[in-house]
Design a protein around this ligand. Structure first.
Ligand SMILES: Cc1ncc(COP(=O)(O)O)c(C=O)c1O
Ligand SMILES: [Zn+2]
Length: 412
């Protein structure tokens, strides 16, 4: 039996009720299962023989009609052991879970395959979201595959071109508002409350987070049934860290891992309401009025899922940390040059955070660490070109290129 449950007052709602917050107290909802029945179902299931992907975990997901699944082959992303980078940072075993390998280049695809499938189960015809870029790119792709109308609100200012191009080519109706992300989210929430035909697929929708929890399942399976000591993630709206923690606790509850890792949430200094609260020992998050950071995907001042994130960090004896834009861009370059992994700035904040926490002595060199790289670097090429400068130039002639590159050891 699947139900939606309020995280604060425990009020319960049916699985097919279209609802984004508790009617009694207004707080967030979680999807809950009958875990004894799930454990029994797993006994008779062939899930372990399926290829690594979101739908390998179909028994753990809130979808009843598998014939409706909308998939672009999401999940199954690489867990890369990064020995050159771990030497530099001073940790023994570092892995990067490269979510840029997903169909639209970010972890959002895990949530959208489940969220858009749920939309078909609910028989809605229009999906909507507010987005700093990746959510819209992902929703637009899955809506296209499902034949649904897709509406996207993006904030004013520059949305990374790679992401905007994706939303446009997949055919979403993209509206840029004169306002920031937090205002865009308030508007789409209002629209979905006022119009029953509009289904909201921001991370306030608990079904989307159910897809995202598969990231945690995959990490444990890729480490042969063991959880790492730490999982480090960037936090924007904080839906992903909440989803990953839910996945980990579910695997633990079902006896599929013995230990739980400590969660680490990283925010950019100019957009760090959760990290600030955690560092101050407070469980209440005060929004930041004008969030600012080069990592546009996490430029969020009022994180929707802050309560779930605080719970994940507290329950796991985790930590939160802030990193500067300079530290983020340094980490982005370091990961690309040491490991051949090109990730976007928001994703690189997990590496920047690891570097800082090792330096502070908070993370021990013997720990097994997984950094989640949430999105592909090509999403935002402008930032890279600014950082790396222009290519070298030369005449189209062998001699001048030899000179430019210092190639002196000619064959005799
Ligand atoms: C690349 C990337 N990293 C991190 C995040 C933050 O995820 P969340 O809002 O779930 O905390 C986002 C969200 O847009 C993102 O696109
Ligand atoms: Zn409630």
């Amino acid at each position: 039996m699947i139900r939606q449950v309020c995280i604060t007052c425990g009020a319960e709602y049916g699985a097919d009720e279209v609802i984004y917050s508790c009617k009694r107290c207004g707080d967030l909802l979680d999807v809950e299962y009958d875990y004894e029945a799930l454990a029994e179902r797993l006994e008779g299931s062939d899930w372990r023989s399926l290829p690594l992907s979101v739908w390998r975990y179909r028994d753990f997901l809130p979808i009843c009609d598998l014939s409706k699944v909308v998939t672009l082959k999401e999940g199954g992303t690489g867990l890369h052991q990064c020995s050159r980078l771990s030497n530099l940072l001073g940790v023994k075993r570092l892995y990067v879970k490269n979510e840029g390998e997903n169909p639209t280049g970010s972890f959002k695809d895990r949530g959208m395959t489940v969220g858009v499938t749920k939309a078909l189960e609910l028989d809605v015809k229009t999906v909507i979201c507010a987005s700093t870029g990746n959510t819209s790119a992902s929703l637009a792709a899955y809506a296209a595959k499902a034949g649904l109308r897709c509406i996207v609100l993006i904030p004013s200012g520059k949305t990374a071109y790679g992401k905007l191009a994706q939303a446009m080519i997949y055919g979403a109706e993209v509206v840029q508002i004169r306002g920031n992300f937090d205002q865009a989210l308030r508007i789409v929430l209002k629209l979905s409350e006022r119009h029953r035909e509009v289904y909201l697929l921001n991370s306030i929708n608990p079904y989307r987070l159910e897809g995202q929890k598969s990231l945690a399942y995959e990490i444990c399976d890729q480490l042969n049934g063991k959880a790492p000591d730490r999982v480090i993630l960037p936090m924007g709206n904080a839906g992903n860290i909440s989803a990953v923690w839910k996945g980990l606790t579910e695997f633990h509850r079902l006896g599929l891992i013995d230990d739980l890792p400590r969660m680490v949430g990283i925010q950019a200094e100019g957009a760090s309401p959760i990290a600030r609260a955690i560092k101050l020992g407070s469980d209440v998050v005060t929004p930041v009025e004008r969030p600012e950071t080069v990592a546009t995907a996490i430029r969020i001042g009022a994180p929707v899922s802050w309560k779930k994130a605080v719970r994940a960090l507290r329950e796991s004896s985790g930590v939160a940390e802030t990193v500067t834009d300079e530290e983020i861009l340094d980490a982005q370059r370091m990961l690309a040059r040491c490991e051949g992994l090109f990730v976007e700035p928001a994703s690189a904040s997990s590496i920047a955070g690891l570097r800082k926490l090792v330096e502070l002595g908070e993370i021990d060199k013997d720990e097994v660490v997984v950094c989640v790289a949430t999105g592909h670097g090509l999403k935002d090429p402008d930032i890279v070109m600014k950082m790396c400068g222009r290519p070298l130039e030369a005449d189209a002639e062998v001699g001048s290129i030899e000179k430019l590159l210092g190639l002196t050891q000619a064959f005799r």
